[in-house]
Design a protein around this ligand. Structure first.
Ligand SMILES: *Cc1c(COP(=O)(O)O)cnc(C)c1O
Length: 404
């Protein structure tokens, strides 16, 4: 996820436009800003690229999830179904609103298992939040039909899969709301930033108000605006938005390079007996930011991951242990460690995450290795990397045969 790899003159020029006027805020100061409305400009361009009616920029991907949930009316005691394999922002955003995360298993897509989602639906369920981890997506068609049947919101976390598609639609645009992160390690970056997309006019108005203290943004006297709702401050700054405009202009080149580098690795690993790949749901196209594959057993996967590291194949991840992307690494959530008291709804309703059975997730995650796909890797470097991966993994898998 390489936005930072391509930071250059276009980003500097955008930021300079802002620096020269000194108007670092996205609202007001009309006379001083020399016509620059970077946040607004990015929102219009991003909505267009994502083929949705609206975009609301905010200060982070975590803020985007919080604002999206709030905008759709999720509040205290509402339950939001989320996967065991994700980034901590999923439960942070839910808990921030007094809502209750309900964790369910992932399947061989490494995203929400639709059957597990359906089994977890109860009277308080309000939203299903699939997370398109590591460049590929959840089975959105199955999830949408479950959401329609039970009258639930479908909120896509597309922070790691920007530019991927499902049934021809950009990821994030298929559900009721979609969220993106533009933090420093994402496919395109603002330094820090996030975005919510939706085709729903009411959600857009709510998101706009919620992320700026409830301001209605009507008229041009900020001090005199009314506040139809309580809100918070999740605003993005003009400096960050300016970087995003330049990065968005590069997204299709980034995606093409990711696909090229991914394909070199995938074709090489396809020839190794015992390596299988993460399932991409029918109708889906990855954004190719990671190559995700399975080995036959947990112990072989652990060995292969360690060997890849010691042989100098960098940027390979084993999420299952010692990593904060999987529930095994979330002791603070499992034990509900917070500085002050959490809302009663959360304490009373949350499942016991220490005893919950996530063996179905474990079965996939314990056999998963993900290689990051950088775009700065040259074709020669990619070919050498792929050959090294094949050699290291074949050697480990051979050990298994000799044991058998
Ligand atoms: C990065 C990320 C987020 C949060 O984004 P921040 O901008 O870092 O707050 C949320 N979900 C997923 C899946 C992410 O990868």
């Amino acid at each position: 996820m390489p936005g930072f790899e391509v930071f250059g003159d276009a980003e500097r020029k955008q930021v300079n436009d802002v620096i020269e006027t000194g108007v670092l805020m996205r609202y007001g100061f009309d006379g001083m800003r020399n016509g620059h409305w970077k946040a607004k400009e990015f929102e219009i361009a991003f909505a267009k690229r994502m083929e949705t009616k609206h975009c609301q920029l905010v200060s982070s991907g975590t803020a985007a999830l919080t604002v999206a949930l709030a905008a759709a009316g999720v509040g205290a005691g509402d339950e939001v179904i989320m996967p065991t394999f994700t980034f901590v922002a999923s439960f942070e955003s839910i808990i921030a609103l007094g809502a209750v995360p309900v964790l369910v298993d992932v399947d061989d897509t490494l995203t929400l298992d639709p059957a597990a989602v359906e089994a977890a639906i109860g009277p308080k369920t309000k939203c299903v939040m699939p997370v398109h981890m590591c460049g590929s997506m959840a089975d959105l068609k199955a999830l949408k039909s479950i959401c329609d049947k039970h009258n639930l919101l479908l909120l896509e976390d597309a922070c790691q899969a920007i530019g991927g598609t499902f049934e021809g639609k950009p990821l994030g645009s298929y559900g009721d709301l979609g969220c993106f992160s533009f933090d420093y390690v994402k496919t395109i970056t603002c330094g820090e930033g996030g975005g919510v997309i939706t085709n729903n006019d009411a959600y857009k108005i709510n998101a706009d108000q919620y992320q700026d203290h409830g301001h209605d943004h009507i008229g041009n006297d900020r001090g005199a605006e009314t506040h139809p709702t309580l809100g918070y401050n999740f605003r993005i700054s003009e400096l960050n938005a300016a970087v995003g405009i330049a990065q968005l202009g590069k997204i299709d080149d980034i995606l093409a390079l990711q696909k090229k580098n991914y394909t070199i690795m995938r074709e090489a690993l396809s020839k190794v007996d015992g390596v299988t790949f993460r399932r991409v749901p029918e109708g889906g196209v990855e954004n190719y930011s990671f190559l995700n594959f399975f080995l036959p057993t947990e112990s072989l996967t652990k060995k292969a991951h360690a060997a890849l590291g010691s042989e100098g194949v960098d940027a390979c991840f084993y999420w299952y242990s010692n990593n904060w992307h999987y529930i095994n690494g979330w002791e603070h959530l499992r034990d509900l460690k917070s500085m002050g008291a959490l809302p009663a709804e959360i304490r009373n309703q949350i499942q016991d995450l220490n005893s919950a059975d996530f063996s179905k997730s474990d079965a996939w995650m314990s056999r998963t290795i993900s290689s990051l796909v950088k775009i700065g890797w040259t074709e020669d470097q990619m070919t050498a990397r792929a050959a090294k991966m094949v050699a290291v993994i074949s050697e480990i898998l051979k050990e298994k045969e000799s044991l058998a």
